[in-house]
Design a protein around this ligand. Structure first.
Ligand SMILES: *[C@@H]1O[C@H](CO)[C@@H](O)[C@H](O)[C@H]1NC(C)=O
Ligand SMILES: *[C@@H]1O[C@H](CO)[C@@H](O)[C@H](O)[C@H]1NC(C)=O
Ligand SMILES: *[C@@H]1O[C@H](CO)[C@@H](O)[C@H](O)[C@H]1NC(C)=O
Length: 179
């Protein structure tokens, strides 16, 4: 709890020092990969541009061994220089613990805020259904990024590893650009 809070403070201070305010987030690609097809499979995972102003991402991850009572999510933010390099975050959150009290972890709370309203991952464990993020709009992401924190411009990879019972079962990579 203490370390999480101080990391968040460090992050905010760092970003203010950089002092580059993002004007725009653009998704460039999304890739979902099952790392254990007996446990999970990707039903769909895509970016869609409806028109110039409305773009979203959707994904559905099937779970074959429900109910699931132990989940960790590892999130790595990477920024592209020559190749993607770790950038600021590499955090692992015990999702079941977090969902019991979402205010207990400020970084996880912020990250969950990206998709909470667009997803069925909005309740406490166990999970006895497929996992869905439906029509998470670029606008929503933009607001969440720019209203909360200034961020340096560039190409980023937001990688999440979905770890059930201490085995990494799936990976979701979202590529985006801040300009
Ligand atoms: C883009 O599509 C959305 C959803 O169909 C619609 O509400 C919006 O008016 C469209 N915008 C433009 C500029 O066509
Ligand atoms: C991030 O942390 C995980 C778990 O501690 C580790 O396996 C992984 O190698 C780390 N990633 C990077 C890029 O350092
Ligand atoms: C969780 O998300 C589902 C699907 O979007 C929705 O039907 C449900 O009301 C939400 N539950 C909570 C507690 O927000």
């Amino acid at each position: 709890m203490f370390t999480q809070s101080s990391r968040l403070v460090e992050l905010i201070v760092f970003l203010y020092l950089i002092n580059q305010i993002v004007s725009k987030v653009e998704f460039t690609n999304i890739k979902c990969t099952s790392l254990d097809t007996d446990f999970t499979d990707i039903d769909y995972c895509f970016l869609k541009s409806v028109n110039r102003s409305y773009k979203y991402l959707s994904l559905k991850i099937k779970l074959f061994k429900t109910p699931i009572t132990k989940v960790k999510v590892n999130v790595e933010l990477m920024k592209r220089y020559s190749g993607y390099k770790p950038f600021l975050y590499n955090v692992t959150v015990d999702a079941c613990q977090f969902l019991k009290n979402t205010k207990s972890n400020p970084i996880a709370f912020y990250l969950h805020g990206f998709f909470r309203e667009f997803s069925n991952m909005n309740h406490t464990c166990p999970f006895d259904h497929d996992l869905i993020v439906e029509k998470l709009s670029v606008d929503r992401i933009n607001r969440h990024v720019t209203e909360v924190l200034p961020f340096p411009t560039g190409d980023y990879l937001f990688r999440s590893n979905w770890i059930a019972y201490d085995i990494n079962r799936a990976k979701v990579d979202v590529y985006f650009t801040l300009s």
